[in-house]
Design a protein around this ligand. Structure first.
Ligand SMILES: [Zn+2]
Length: 395
């Protein structure tokens, strides 16, 4: 089937995997993409953004057509580090095919999905000619990194240029085991909390003369981790708290320390915001330590608020294409980590559908060749049906 396509998604996936683009390095990926997109008629803008304390990042915005609606595909070409290189049985940047699987860092997350979309656009254009509207790609090199000089800034740049997006499909891996199992229509929010309790240092033999912050911290953490935040909602699993560190830095066994710090991560549904969670956590601190708990400091870093694009035309469109190609009816989910969809949701309806994520970020990351081919056909149908519907409704 791939040899009937004007642009082979497998070869393009291999070419992208062979660019060692560990964040923040671009690694040649954008040359590969521009080389594929410009001959199809896309206008390409390479966008380099900088900020203090973060590395410069190169990104790409490509568009074909000037009219509305503008259907956008968003993705990233940066990858996480190889990790334990010795454990790989293949060259992580070799783009090797073995037993109908394409191996390499980024094979699943998410170079092959970027390649599939480019091949899908090529197939659409060959069959239908220019779209009654526009097709665009928003490709960042800063998704696996701090995400400061990537999608967020590209969207701001695009808004300044008068670029409007009408729908966006993010190609992150969404299916746990089998292609077509899941579309993501939202994501949980995530905050990192650093809680420090200050007491009075003392001798362990005279605890009444000291004020042990470790005991207080444990009591607060116990409340936070045993009282559920919620029971989940129709589209979200229950919100969760995971303590990642309890730090006292005390080497002595006969001294109680002055300070104790814990770090925890809250992943939350659309029932909460970072502000409401601050209130919830502070309420528990007061409940455990009393109203005058002034010796407690709570720092909260927001990774991204939770969001939901309620099921509607975009998720229906993607579900329909998935069903046609795979025969599966995808679940509409919100689980997993955050993605750049958290930035895009402020501009247009956004949903995520991509490859099987089972091996992402792991040693010997791979994706089934058949899945790349099927994903290309799914993306092609999404584009074709999107413009068929918008044309019919504008008549
Ligand atoms: Zn990814």
């Amino acid at each position: 089937m791939t040899d009937q396509l004007p642009l082979d998604p497998i070869a393009l996936s291999q070419a992208l995997i062979r660019c060692p683009s560990v964040t923040p390095v671009e690694g040649g990926t954008l040359d590969v993409l521009v080389g594929a997109l410009e001959p199809l008629g896309f206008t390409c803008h390479r966008l380099k953004f900088s900020a203090e304390d973060t590395p410069d990042i190169e990104n790409l915005y490509a568009r074909i057509g000037n009219g509305e609606p503008n259907f956008c595909f968003a993705g990233h070409v940066d990858v996480v580090p190889v990790g334990s290189g010795a454990a790989w049985t293949v060259d992580p940047f070799g783009g090797e095919i073995k037993q109908d699987r394409l191996f390499g860092r980024g094979a699943a997350d998410m170079k092959s999905a970027v390649a599939a979309f480019v091949a899908a656009a090529a197939a659409y254009l060959e069959k239908n000619g220019p779209p009654a509207g526009s097709i665009s790609l928003l490709i960042t090199g800063d998704e696996e990194g701090p995400a400061v000089n990537g999608t967020k800034k590209m969207l701001e740049w695009a808004a300044e240029q008068g670029e409007v997006f009408d729908a966006c499909l993010v190609g992150e891996p969404t299916s746990p085991e089998t292609l077509g199992e899941m579309i993501k229509i939202g994501r949980r929010g995530s905050i990192i909390c650093r809680l420090t309790v200050t007491g009075i240092q003392g001798h362990t033999a005279y605890p009444h003369l000291a004020d042990n912050p470790v005991h207080k911290l444990i009591a607060v953490l116990n409340a936070l981790t045993t009282i559920p935040l919620d029971q989940g909602t129709q589209h979200f699993q229950p919100s969760s708290i995971a303590v990642t560190s309890v730090d006292v830095g005390n080497a002595a066994t006969n001294v109680t320390p002055e300070k104790a710090t814990a770090v925890f991560n809250v992943r939350y549904s659309d029932l909460h915001t970072s502000a409401s969670l601050r209130d919830w956590i502070e309420g528990h601190i007061r409940a455990v330590l009393g109203e005058n708990a002034t010796d407690v400091e709570l720092e909260i870093d927001l990774t991204g608020e939770s969001f939901l694009t309620p099921p509607g035309p975009l998720s229906d469109l993607i579900s329909g294409a998935v069903e046609t190609v795979t025969g599966r009816t995808p679940e509409l989910g919100t689980a997993g980590g955050t993605s750049d969809a958290r930035f895009i949701k402020d501009y247009c309806p956004v949903a995520e559908f991509g490859l099987v994520g089972r091996t992402m970020h792991k040693v010997d990351e791979f994706v089934d060749i058949a899945d790349i081919t099927a994903l290309t056909e799914i993306y092609r149908l999404v584009i074709e049906r999107y413009f068929a519907v918008s044309e019919a409704s504008s008549r």
